[in-house]
Design a protein around this ligand. Sequence first.
Ligand SMILES: CC(C)(COP(=O)(O)OP(=O)(O)OC[C@H]1O[C@@H](n2cnc3c(N)ncnc32)[C@H](O)[C@@H]1OP(=O)(O)O)[C@@H](O)C(=O)NCCC(=O)NCCS
Length: 188
Amino acid sequence: MKFAIAVYVKRGKGSVKIRNAAPGDARGITHVHINSWNTTYKGIVPESYLRSLDFEDKAAFWEKIIAEGKSIVSIAENDSGEIVGFASGGKEQTSDPEYLGEVYAIYILESHQRMGLGKKLIKPVIEELINRGFPNLVIWALEKNACRSFYESLGGKIVNKKPILMTGEPLIEVAYGWEDIHDILEYL
Ligand SMILES: CC(C)(COP(=O)(O)OP(=O)(O)OC[C@H]1O[C@@H](n2cnc3c(N)ncnc32)[C@H](O)[C@@H]1OP(=O)(O)O)[C@@H](O)C(=O)NCCC(=O)NCCS
C-alpha cells in the first residue's frame, strides 16, 4: 500500500503529517485509540468497559494489523513524531451483500479534533479502497456519538442499524453508506 504524504498546518499546533502506518506505529496508535475512546465514549459506553481496555492487548492487535498489511491504516503525526490520530479500513467485515468496503475506525486526540484532520486521515483510506476495487462504502458509528455528524458532513446516509453488546445494556450502532464510494471524494 502506498499513498502520498500530505502536510496539514494549523496555527498553534505546528504541522501534522499524514502517512501510512509503519510497523513501529502500533503503540502510538494504541495511545490515540484508548485516549480517544475514553474522551469520546465517556457517558455513552459503560465505565467498566472503558476501564477494561488494555494497552498491551490493543498494541498487540495493532502490531498484527500493521504486520499483516490487509487493512489500510493512515496516521497523523505531529512535529515531535507523536501520533495524534489514525484511520483504518478494508473489506467490509460482516459479509454484507451490498456494502463491500468499510472504514473500520477513525480516532483523533481531542486536542486535534475539528481542524480538518479527520478528512485528511480518511482520504488516503478511501483512495486505497478505490484502488482495491471496492465500489461502495459503509462506516458504523454509535448512535449516541455526536461525532457521527462527521459522516453526514461527508454525504453519508444512514443505511442500517443494529444493537452492539459491550457490557450492560446493548448500545445502538448506525451504519452510514455511500452507494458509490467515489461520492465521498467530493467532500474530501
Ligand atoms: C470524528 C472525527 C474523526 C472527525 O475528525 P475531525 O478532524 O474532528 O473533523 P473535521 O475537522 O475533519 O470535521 C469536518 C466536519 O465534520 C463535522 N463534525 C466533525 N466532528 C463533529 C462533532 N463532534 N459534532 C458535530 N459535527 C462534527 C463538522 O461538520 C465538521 O465541519 P466543521 O468543523 O467545519 O463544522 C474526530 O472528531 C474524532 O476523532 N472524534 C472522536 C472519535 C470518534 O468519534 N470517532 C468516530 C467513531 S465512529
